[in-house]
Structure formats: C-alpha cells, structure tokens
Design a protein. Structure first.
Length: 300
C-alpha cells in the first residue's frame, strides 16, 4: 500500500467525472471544488442553490473532520498522535469504524491490504533500513478494540489506501441526511447519491480507458505508477517481493471506503487472488483491471 495521502492520488482519478445521464436531468447543477486529504475534491449538486449551499457547508464540515482524524501531515490529527505514541485510548467512533474496516479488508485480501507500511515508506525515502522496516509491518499485530487501538513496537499507520474513500462516504452520508437526491461526491474517490453519473476511468500513461455509469454507488481508482520512490511504485506491501501487477485498478462497490481499500490491494494481486477476494466481499463489488500493455479485464 502507499504511504502518504497526497502520494497516492493522480489526476487520472479526479479529472474523470464526465457528467450525468441526460441533458434534461443535468440542468444547472451547483458545483464546489477544493482539496481534502491531499486530493482534489469536487461536489456536483443537483438541487436549488439554497439547499446546495447548505450541502456544501455540511460537506466541508465532514472533510475537516476527516483531516483531523486521518491526516499524516497534521501533527495534531488522531492518526499522527497514534503514530507518535503507539496507543489511542477511546478512539473516536469514525476512527474505530475505519480501523475495523481495515481489519475486515486485511482478512478479505489475505493480508495484502495492510495500512502498517508507513515505516516501509519512510525507509524507502531515507534509502536504507527497508528490510528492518518491513519486519515491523503487519496489521495482524495491531490491537483494535473500542477501548484502545495499540500498535506493535516500531509500527506506524497510513490510511492512504482507504481514508479518501472513507471521507467520500462521510460526505455522501451527510448530504443524504439533508435530503439531497442527486449528488456526485469526489473527495479523492467517487460516490453518487442517485444518478446516473458517467465516470471516466483513467491511467497516467493510457489516459481514459473505460467509462462507467454510477448510481447510488462508489468507485475508487489506484495507479501504482502515478508516483515512484527510488524506482519503487508507491503502493507497497511488507512482503517486498509482492509488487504491483496492474497499471491501474478501479473498484466499484456500495461503499467508497471498501472500494478504495480494494482498489489499493488489487494492484498487488493476481487475477485469481482478486476473484477469491471478490467472493468474500459484498455482492456487486466489481474490479476493472488495466494491464501494463493496455488490455482490460473486468471481474465480479
């Protein structure tokens, strides 16, 4: 998995929204654009302007909360404090929820999804100590309970492979509570209230390689080659011989956080491993795999 929130993203994802289904249904949406968790964020809201303004305010509140919880760059964030001290007492409910989803995705991918690779990323950045850092990794060593989250000695977490999806879901849920019926949320990954919305799937080298129609679901995209560190792809795994097999992976699911985690892990997995994981995930989860040669496979 990749190690820092800004390093996972690429324009291929955030530039890929292609609009709604029919001109009559797309009349005068209200849009907002900014940044969250190191990625471009955008809202496309089909609602009267007063309701859309309330929606934007609610979305910004959720994005600020996500930053306060999951940012690696804010030393006061909950994640930064956990990484410094190794223990988080009485974790806030969203943080605990995300950690528990990490546990489920770690199990579903048979250990490929692993947020403990932050020390490995740091070792690669320093240019030494990589094998020692890799031995510290392993989500199975992390204790997750309602009372505390505790890391093993020398561990640190990055939620780069799931936090943007989780933040996207937070925004989508908040807007749903306001009664909005047709919104496209992009907080690093895409989620739709209502729809349909056309989403372009893009790769840094191959450009847009597929178009998907999204209604009431989410889609997340990972491109290992979008950033390289000392020749290594930015999506990492503690088993140093497990390296990306795909140029880009997009995963569609009911949950943006689940789609985000799956797209990250699938980059490191064979077609057979992905099929096995999809069988363990909620029905309807699908993966689109772009090979290095530009060929496409759709699973699920």
């Amino acid at each position: 998995m990749s190690a820092k929130l800004t390093r996972r993203r690429f324009l291929a994802i955030s530039a890929a929204a292609l609009g709604g289904a029919a001109p009559a249904a797309r009349a005068s949406p209200v849009t907002w654009q900014g940044f969250a968790l190191g990625a471009e964020a955008r809202l496309t809201i089909h609602a009267p302007p007063p309701q859309a303004e309330r929606a934007i305010a609610a979305a910004l509140s959720q994005l600020r909360q996500a930053e306060q919880l999951f940012s690696l760059y804010d030393p006061a964030s909950v994640l930064s404090r956990l990484n410094r001290t190794g223990v988080l007492k009485n974790p806030p409910p969203p943080f605990l929820d995300l950690a528990r989803l990490c546990t489920r995705m770690h199990a579903a991918t048979e250990g490929v999804f692993d947020p403990t690779v932050q020390p490995l990323w740091q070792a690669l950045a320093r240019g030494g100590g990589v094998r020692k850092a890799a031995r510290r990794c392993g989500w199975h060593k992390v204790l997750v309970t309602a009372q505390e989250i505790r890391l093993a000695p020398g561990q640190a977490l990055t939620f780069n492979g799931i936090a943007q999806g989780y933040a996207t879901g937070m925004v989508c849920a908040a807007l749903g509570r306001l009664g909005l019926k047709r919104v496209l949320v992009n907080a690093g990954e895409f989620a739709a209230l209502g729809g349909p919305f056309r989403i372009g799937l893009a790769d840094p080298d191959h450009g847009v390689f597929a178009i998907r129609s999204l209604t009431g679901r989410a889609i997340a995209t990972s491109s290992p080659g979008a950033l390289r560190l000392r020749g290594a792809a930015h999506i990492l795994h503690p088993a140093l011989d497990r390296r990306p097999l795909w140029a880009t992976v997009s995963t569609e699911a009911a949950s943006a956080a689940l789609a985000d985690a799956a797209s990250t892990a699938f980059c490191l997995m064979s077609e057979n491993e992905i099929n096995a994981t999809l069988a363990r995930l909620p029905a309807g989860t699908k993966a689109t795999l772009l090979a290095q040669d530009g060929s496409l496979r759709t699973l699920g």
